[in-house]
Design a protein around this ligand. Structure first.
Ligand code: NAP
Length: 289
C-alpha cells in the first residue's frame, strides 16, 4: 500500500493514546467515536478530522483501525464501513471479541472488496500510552505486511498467529492469565493488609522476587489506596471471560479460574462497580467488615 491514510474508531482508554501515536507517525487522517464530542475534542487537539459518519471516514481512509467495546460494536461498525467502502480498504480490529465475530467481520469486509485483520492488544493503558503493546494478529500475511507501519506505531511486538480468529484466540488465552494473576495478587495483598504489613516495604519486596509481575507493579499500590479509576474496566474483563469460558468448555480444559472470576466480577457489577479497574477485585478479598 503506497500511502497509508488511517482512520481510528473508538477513542477510549486504549484508543485515544493509540490514535495519538498514529498522528505522531503522520499516518492518522480522521477519528470517529460513539460519543462524537470525544472525537471532536481529539480532532481539535491533534489536528485530525472528525467526520460525522463512518461512511465519511471510509471515504477519507484506506485503513481503519477499531478499538471499541464489544462484539456487537465491531459487527455494527464493520457493517457500516462495508456498506460504503472503496475496494481495497483494510479494517484492523484491536477490540477484544470472539474469534467468531472476527470471522464474521472478515466475511463482511471481503464481500465488500476489502480485507480484515483481528489484532487484539495486551499491555494495558500504560502500553497504549507508551506505544509498547503486544499485538496478536489473525489474517492474511500479505494484508498484515501492507498495514504493518500502523501496528508498529504502538507495538512492542507484533505476532502473526494464523488466519483470522487466531489473534482473538491468543487474546483469550491472555485473559485467562490476566484473570488468574488478578485473583492471586488481590488475594495476597488483602492478606498483607490484614497482617498489618507496610505496603511501602511489602510491594518492592514482592516485586523483587518470583511473585513480581506487571499487574502487581502497575496496580499494587493503587489498589491498596482504593484507587480504581482508569486502566481496564472490570465489565470489559467480564465480557472477555464469557468468550473464554465458551472456548474452554468446547476445548474440555479446566476453567475453574474463569468461573471464579466471572462470579466475582458479576458480584462487583451488581454493586454498580462495572467501570472500576479490575484491581477492584481486592474489595471481595478483604475481611468482611
Ligand atoms: P473504553 O475506555 O470503554 O473505550 C471504548 C471506546 O469505544 C469508547 O470511546 C466508546 O465510545 C467507543 N465505542 C464503543 N462502541 C462504539 C461504536 N459502536 N462506535 C464507535 N465508538 C464506539 O474501553 P477500552 O479500555 O479502551 O477498551 C477497548 C477495547 O480494548 C475493549 O474491547 C477492551 O476489552 C480491549 N482492551 C482493553 C484494555 C485495557 O487495559 N483497557 C487492554 C487490552 C484490550 P463512548 O465514548 O461513546 O463510550
Amino acid at each position: 500500500m503506497s500511502e497509508l491514510r488511517v482512520g481510528f474508531v473508538g477513542l477510549g482508554a486504549m484508543g485515544w493514546p493509540m490514535a495519538g501515536h498514529l498522528k505522531r507517525q503522520g499516518l492518522l487522517v480522521a477519528v470517529v467515536n460513539r460519543n462524537a464530542a470525544k472525537a471532536q475534542q481529539f480532532a481539535r487537539e491533534s489536528a485530525a478530522e472528525a467526520p460525522a459518519t463512518l461512511a465519511e471516514l471510509a471515504s477519507l481512509c484506506n485503513v481503519i483501525a477499531l478499538c471499541v467495546s464489544a462484539d456487537a460494536d465491531v459487527i455494527g461498525v464493520v457493517r457500516e464501513i462495508a456498506a460504503s467502502v472503496k475496494p481495497g480498504i483494510i479494517v484492523i480490529d484491536h477490540s477484544t471479541v470472539s474469534s467468531a465475530t472476527a470471522k464474521q467481520a472478515q466475511a463482511t469486509m471481503q464481500a465488500a472488496g476489502g480485507d480484515f485483520l483481528d489484532a487484539p492488544v495486551s499491555g494495558g493503558v500504560e502500553g497504549a500510552k507508551n506505544g509498547k503493546l503486544s499485538i496478536m494478529v489473525g489474517g492474511d500475511a500479505g494484508t498484515l505486511a501492507r498495514v504493518r507501519p500502523v501496528l508498529d506505531a504502538y507495538a512492542a511486538r507484533v505476532s502473526h498467529m494464523g488466519p483470522v480468529g487466531a489473534g482473538q484466540n491468543t487474546k483469550a488465552v491472555n485473559q485467562v492469565l490476566v484473570a488468574g494473576i488478578a485473583q492471586g495478587v488481590c488475594e495476597g495483598l488483602a492478606l498483607g493488609e490484614a497482617l498489618g504489613l507496610d505496603p511501602e516495604v511489602l510491594l518492592p519486596t514482592l516485586l523483587s522476587g518470583a511473585a513480581g509481575c506487571w499487574f502487581l507493579e502497575k496496580r499494587g499500590a493503587t489498589m491498596l489506596r482504593n484507587e480504581f479509576s482508569g486502566g481496564f474496566k472490570l465489565a470489559l474483563l467480564h465480557k472477555d471471560l464469557n468468550i473464554v469460558r465458551s472456548l474452554a468448555q468446547a476445548a474440555g480444559t479446566d476453567h475453574s479460574i474463569i468461573e471464579k472470576s466471572l462470579a466475582d466480577y458479576d458480584k462487583l457489577m451488581a454493586q454498580g462497580r462495572g467501570d472500576e479497574e479490575i484491581s477492584a477485585l481486592i474489595r471481595l478479598k478483604r475481611r468482611a467488615p
